[in-house]
Write a protein that binds this ligand. Structure first.
Ligand SMILES: [Zn+2]
Length: 496
């Protein structure tokens, strides 16, 4: 027997004329009839085997004596010529006897049809299938070759099979190209009916492993990040991303808290003696009774929490990859969860900004990048303007609009931009460096602002994204175009 190697299938749609289709249909029908003939022959042979003395003897051997039992069964099969080889021989004779079948199928395809019938019978013999089925019209939808040298074969850009040539539709899909560059073991032709139309496909059974997506390739640039409660701004050398931060998790959090309140009520109802009249828990040792309903609620809550954690991990992972695609040298403020909670309440912890940061650090460093996390207090980026002016902003003020130099920029994006210019040694902002870089970057920052604002829900108070027109306008304009804030993120949505 040939050595088994791993294989994978590459599927290619074929271009077929109506004439090709007619030829294929006739060959398929010849294949179907041959299959049924072989199956019928094999079925009666298998019955003979089962009725035989040898088979009964084999059956009487203890199942613990595996090897002996198997040899005995094999003997019974041999006695009545029930084997792949014998069915192939039968198929050949049948084909020779029928001019019609022989004119439609080549030797390799005939052998594979016999093998297919044998395998079906073999599955039934070993109890893996209840019965074998004869193929009705329309149920036999594929034919395959044995090697890529004879019969049905792929010749680089088309399937060729005794006078038929069916070109494949080849795209630049890397999965397809990987298959085409691999060694082909044999080719299968498959008919499929999609939307009541008939299509033919070539399935190249290739040697080796299927296509693997290349790992993320990380850029070498510097990336500044501003991580906020509801948004994250990521500014690389040539691109700025401003996008919601894990807002999708909010709805699950609502469900979790609802269940938490339910558990609390159930707990109190089950253990009235453990609580004071004002609702607080009594001091001292107590026994807690947990009802089945309480346990049920707890299980439900845990399940949602598990899902939330998985979702969070995938959201974080996506953002980490987006960030590293811009560059693997990261500069960002240390997120203070305490400060977050002070401003937005404890509930915000479910977004796990710290675990996002540590994942980013881990991945960037393992890719050979650097990570600088500086303290917010030293830099105060959110209050700083390019001109050096420092202005305190309230949390709801989402646009930086300097009263001295008139600079306007979305606040998170500006912070992320400034992060890029924090000196790693002193951990302070180098205003000069930030000013020098500004002109080259403003266009992509504005782009990020505009793209980002399309992702946020808008309120009546914040109907507009920055009115950025042509490139010229974006590059030249450091001055406000509108008096009102172009866009305001609705922070309270997340907390509520
Ligand atoms: Zn300014």
């Amino acid at each position: 027997m040939a050595v088994r190697t791993s294989s994978f299938v590459t599927e290619i749609p074929l271009i077929t004329t109506s004439k090709d289709m007619a030829v294929l249909a006739a060959r398929l029908e010849a294949g179907r009839q041959l299959y049924n003939a072989v199956l019928s022959e094999g079925k009666s042979k298998l019955q003979l085997v089962r009725d035989s003395e040898l088979y009964q003897q084999a059956k009487s051997i203890s199942k613990t004596n595996k090897k002996e039992r198997l040899v005995a069964f094999q003997k019974a099969r041999e006695a009545y010529r029930f084997s792949d080889y014998d069915l192939q021989a039968f198929a050949n004779t049948t084909a020779i006897a029928s001019v019609w079948i022989k004119s439609h199928l080549d030797a390799n395809t005939i052998q594979k049809i016999a093998t297919r019938a044998f395998k079906a019978l073999d599955r039934m013999a070993f109890g893996k299938a209840k019965k074998v089925r004869f193929k009705q019209k329309g149920q036999f939808t594929s034919l395959e070759g044995k090697t890529n040298k004879q019969g049905i074969r792929w010749t680089g850009n088309a399937v060729e099979w005794s006078k038929l040539k069916l070109p494949g539709i080849i795209t630049n899909d890397p999965v397809l190209l990987h298959g085409l560059s691999s060694k082909i073991k044999y080719v299968r032709l498959v008919l499929r009916i999609l939307n009541q139309k008939t299509y033919w496909f070539a399935q190249l059974v290739c040697e080796g492993e299927p296509y693997q997506k290349p790992k993320n390739i990380f850029g070498d640039g510097t990336v500044g990040i501003d991580l906020g409660v509801s948004t994250i701004a990521i500014v690389g050398d040539e691109e700025a991303i401003w996008t919601p931060f894990a807002v999708e998790l909010g709805s699950k959090q609502k469900e979790i808290r609802k269940l938490q309140r339910k558990m609390d009520r159930q707990c109190r109802a089950n253990n009235p003696d453990n609580f004071n009249s004002n609702g607080t828990v009594k001091k001292g040792s107590k026994r807690w009774h947990k009802s089945n309903r309480y346990k049920k609620t707890a299980v439900k809550k845990r399940e949602i929490e598990r899902k939330q954690a998985a979702h969070r991990k995938s959201l974080h992972g996506k953002l980490v990859n987006q960030t590293l695609a811009l560059g693997k040298n990261i500069k960002t403020e240390k997120v203070s969860v305490k400060a977050w909670q002070k401003n937005y309440g404890k509930s915000i912890g479910f977004k796990s900004p710290a675990s996002f940061q540590s994942e980013l650090k881990r991945k960037a460093e393992s890719a050979g990048g650097t990570v600088l996390m500086f303290s917010t207090r030293k830099t105060a980026l959110s209050q700083t303007c390019l001109c050096g002016n420092k202005q305190k902003k309230s949390l709801s003020q989402r646009v930086h609009h300097c009263s001295v130099c008139n600079l306007r920029m979305q606040r998170d994006i500006l912070s992320a931009y400034l992060s890029r210019h924090v000196d790693p040694k002193t951990e302070t902002l180098s205003i000069q460096s930030a000013r020098d870089g500004w002109l080259g970057m403003e266009k992509s920052l504005l782009h990020g602002w505009r793209n980002g604002s399309n992702q946020f829900p808008r309120t009546k108070a914040s109907p507009k994204s920055p009115a950025v027109g042509g490139t010229e306008e974006m590059c030249s304009n450091l001055i406000a175009r509108e008096e009102s804030e172009p866009f305001r993120v609705n922070e309270t949505r997340v907390v509520s």
